[in-house]
Design a binder for this molecule. Structure first.
Ligand code: NDP
Length: 464
């Protein structure tokens, strides 16, 4: 696609209010290959006004018609999936096969799910002598990250539209092109002007202006816990609703009796996927002391399959590169045993990191506590189930996790005791309708499926 030099506001591409621009860099070779406008508070204000003006009409549109427009949007995304995959590969660095399957494929599935949910959702119910109305919250400010750039957009915009809300999106500065492509898709799908608006720009400028805008009713944010905290404070001061999808340090718990080879192979694949830039990644593998060395050897073999440039891309930018390499150095410094990868980079140009595995990691080490957001796995030994549970629950996060056991019942019993929002049992498949979101500092609220839709609704009761 050809980059736009304006903002998508009120159904059209408008010149940006300011003259600043953002360079879009290919993380595989550090080349600047596009520029987009850096939005200001004035652009945000214009977009919020357009969203407000469109709100009553869209909210009053029958759910079946909203569903039809979301289905049309899904169809455009499906038709343009190759272009989406190429765009994400250029701005994020993901291998093309992964971009096709996940970065282009998942948003189509999620948009499709909301076309169905919008049509089927019970927006009214009768409780005793009350009719309870589930009404759209209003204007949504969506602030998204770069790691799954289109999925993160669709996981907010599709349920918001299904609920009858209108949206202003501020995408990540590293991945603005796929956001522009999404705006083109919205236009092609025939959504009414002002229902969806896009302002590209920097977080502390455009993002902050959106979170603080007095006419935004709900801010939905995905990204770092530090920025999430700031956004919650800003939104809290204006008493507006907030949904936060934040970081994670999820545990992959391998109980005695589990299929160890499967648990380790799937676990390594989970961490290396998207170069480790997944908030729900199982970055801590917990294995019983008795089978620990066997698991470490399996993990080393599995990690060797992730050849940079083939199955694994670079990390997104110079800052993340430095940060991930810093965490690897810290792991070595704190005494963990480096068994694969390390700080030596596989290529000098681009933001490449070797798939890295640490053994002999203890629960209090920095690499077992903090989100690294790179292809780095920590393997920890536990003595018994209580010890495993203490380690699994022993971080400030609680986003996802996995449990492997000899049978599902044993794994489920353990998962019930985990302080986390989502747990895969013995390799259970990803379910795009299951609620996704965090316990503890991993966030507030849920995305995806019917639970994701209700985030964008508020309740009114009429007694008669
Ligand atoms: P951020 O949290 O900074 O970015 C997420 C989004 O918030 C981006 O659109 C960003 O804009 C915007 N933003 C940044 N500052 C503000 C602000 N003050 N007000 C409003 N919006 C703002 O993540 P980073 O890209 O800096 O990544 C840092 C770390 O965050 C990663 O290492 C990882 O640990 C975590 N992270 C977690 C993600 C998740 O899925 N939960 C996704 C991405 C990162 P801009 O792009 O201009 O910075």
């Amino acid at each position: 696609m050809k980059p736009h030099d304006g903002m998508y506001i009120d159904g059209d591409w408008r010149p940006a209010a300011g003259s600043g621009t953002i360079d879009v860099v290919n993380p595989a070779d550090e080349q600047v290959f596009a520029t987009v406008p850096a939005g200001t508070a004035d652009d945000v204000d214009a977009a919020v006004r357009a969203a407000r003006a469109a709100f009553r009409g869209w909210a009053a549109t029958p759910p079946a018609e909203r569903a039809a427009r979301i289905a049309a949007l899904r169809d455009v995304l499906a038709a343009r999936s190759e272009e989406i995959a190429e765009t994400v590969t250029a701005e994020l660095g993901a291998p093309l096969a992964f971009s096709r399957a996940v970065h282009a494929g998942l948003p189509v599935a999620v948009a499709g799910s909301y076309a169905e949910l919008a049509a089927a959702h019970p927006f009214e119910e009768r409780i005793g002598n009350s009719t309870v109305l589930h009404e759209p919250v209003g204007v949504v400010g969506a602030i998204t990250p770069w790691n799954y750039p289109l999925h993160q957009i669709v996981a907010k915009v599709a349920p918001a539209l299904a609920a009858g809300c209108t949206v202003v999106l501020k995408p990540a500065e590293d991945t603005p092109l796929v956001a522009q492509l999404f705006a083109e898709a919205v236009h092609e799908a025939g959504l009414p002007a002002g229902v969806f608006n896009l302002v590209t720009g920097l977080g502390p400028v455009a993002g902050q202006a959106l979170a603080a805008h007095e006419d935004v009713d709900l801010v939905s944010f995905t990204g770092s816990t530090a920025v999430g905290r700031q956004i919650a404070a800003t939104a809290g001061a204006a008493v507006k609703r907030v949904a936060l999808e934040l970081g994670g340090k999820s545990a992959n718990v391998v109980l005695p009796g589990a299929d160890l080879a499967k648990a380790v192979n799937v676990g390594v694949a989970n961490v290396m996927s998207n170069t480790g830039q997944t908030c729900s990644a199982w970055t801590r593998m917990l294995v019983h002391r008795e089978r620990y060395e066997e698991a470490v050897a399996l993990a080393v073999t599995a990690a060797a399959k992730y050849v940079p440039g083939e199955r694994i891309g670079p990390v997104v930018n110079a800052r993340q590169h430095e940060r991930v390499l810093g965490y690897i150095a810290k792991g070595v410094e704190e005494g963990a045993r480096l068994v694969a990868g390390g700080t030596e980079v596989p290529r000098t140009r681009g933001y490449w990191v070797s798939p890295t595995v640490f053994a002999d990691v203890t629960a209090e080490m920095t690499i077992a506590q903090e989100e690294i957001f790179g292809p780095v796995l920590s393997i920890l030994a536990y003595e018994d189930e209580e010890d495993a549970l203490r380690i699994a629950n022993g971080t400030v996060y609680g986003l996802a996790g996995a449990v492997w056991a000899g049978d599902d019942a044993a794994a489920v019993a353990f998962a019930r005791r985990m302080d986390t929002g989502q747990v895969d049992i013995n390799g259970g498949r990803f379910n795009p309708l299951a609620p996704f979101g965090g316990y503890k500092q991993s966030g507030v609220g849920r995305e995806l499926g019917p639970h994701g839709l209700t985030e964008y609704l508020q309740t009114k009761s009429l007694q008669f």
